[in-house]
Design a protein around this ligand. Structure first.
Ligand code: C5P
Length: 240
């Protein structure tokens, strides 16, 4: 679990666009109202590290969501390369196994003093149902596989996992408090669900035990993104 966070510091705004100008506008508007921005494969593939740098040069912390999954040496190299962007959080697929995750954690240790990113794992993609897991040879309920991979991630030296709000309670029971849980699929009551199927409010996610919340369209699709973030932080101020 993250050390005591101010309510707004729990919010990571997902900047899902390929447009550097738009992402910069969002970042500038949101600075001071959120904990950081999440930038993923779509933006990164279009704009590379320079594009990411242009978005976070305003000083907002970065969750670099590139979900690395490769042989240990290659993942370690990718994590090492990402350190130039000084991310607060980077991630890898826990399915890459113990040696891959250990290599990722060790590469993160090479960050400058005070700049080591948290390395978190992606367990089972929420787009995968039981049948999809069976097709790739995993004859388990998704939650069982999530818990298995989260324990492996913790045992391999990772700092947390990305998970859905509905997995938070079981994960806390399994991996304890001292492990970051980063949760997407969040919708304040005043926002529409978009294409998210099972949504949880910011307040409920934190009450359940989430550390960071990844929130995209309720913020970036709002006519005043800073106001949306402010409303969410206000809601979180009442959380347990
Ligand atoms: O706009 P919205 O709040 O739905 O954006 C959520 C962000 O979190 C997107 O970047 C999406 O790809 C990501 N995400 C998710 N569900 C997951 C994992 C990641 O929505 N299970």
């Amino acid at each position: 679990m993250a050390a005591t966070l101010k309510p707004h510091e729990r919010i990571f705004a997902a900047l899902d666009t390929t447009d550097v100008g738009r992402a910069r506008e969002w970042a500038e508007a949101l600075k001071g109202h959120i904990g950081g921005v999440k930038i993923g494969k779509e933006f990164f593939t279009a704009n590379g590290p320079d594009g990411v740098h242009r978005v976070v040069e305003c000083g907002l912390p970065l969750f670099l969501d590139l979900k690395f999954h490769d042989i240990p040496n290659t993942v370690a190299g990718a994590i090492r390369a990402s350190l130039a962007l000084r991310p607060l959080i980077v991630n890898v697929h826990a399915g890459g196994g113990r040696r891959m995750m250990e290599a990722a954690a060790k590469a993160a240790d090479e960050a400058q003093a005070g700049a080591r990113p948290s390395v978190i794992g992606v367990t089972v993609l929420t787009s995968m149902a039981r049948d999809d897991l069976a097709e790739v040879g995993v004859d388990e309920e998704p939650l069982e596989q999530v818990l298995r991979l989260a324990r492996l991630a913790k045992g391999s030296g990772l700092d947390g996992v990305v998970c859905s709000a509905k997995e938070v309670v079981a994960l806390r029971g399994s991996v304890g408090r001292d492990f970051l849980l980063v949760v997407p699929g969040i919708r304040p009551q005043w926002a529409g669900a978009d294409d998210q199927k099972r949504v949880v409010t910011p307040r409920d996610a934190v009450d359940l035990g989430a550390d960071y919340l990844v929130i995209g369209r309720p913020i970036t699709g709002h006519k005043d993104p800073a106001e949306a973030a402010r409303l969410i932080a206000e809601e979180l101020a009442g959380a347990k």
